[in-house]
Design a binder for this molecule. Structure first.
Ligand SMILES: [Cu+2]
Length: 107
């Protein structure tokens, strides 16, 4: 009986630890899709980004306010993690003047 309680507690703890938000983002000819991502403040967010087009200026993702800059190799999923701690909007985009980009809306 004691063992069962311990296992149950372990499962509860692990489900809390893995309660992060995971969002799949693609780079297509239209740019980042979705271009608008909604999250909650203080929630850990993982963006799994896959660039599906060869010719695009979005061969990199930048999130200037979070000091994030990651290369996006073709057809490889790159994970970017962030935990926004205040409400508002976080802009993200390609390396080059944010020509292609989007916004993470923090609620
Ligand atoms: Cu660009």
């Amino acid at each position: 009986m004691k063992k069962i309680i311990l296992i149950t507690m372990g499962l509860l703890l692990s489900s809390v630890a893995f309660a992060d938000k995971v969002i799949d983002v693609k780079v297509t000819r239209k740019g980042f899709e979705p271009a608008r991502i909604e999250v909650n403040a203080n929630e850990k967010v993982t963006l799994n980004i896959t660039r599906e087009v060869k010719i695009t200026c979005a061969n990199k993702i930048t999130v200037p306010s979070e000091n994030i800059e990651e290369d996006l190799p073709l057809n490889k999923t790159v994970s970017v993690e962030l935990t926004p701690n205040k409400k508002g909007e976080i802009a993200f985009g390609c390396a080059m003047k944010q020509m292609l980009g989007g916004v993470i809306v923090v609620n």
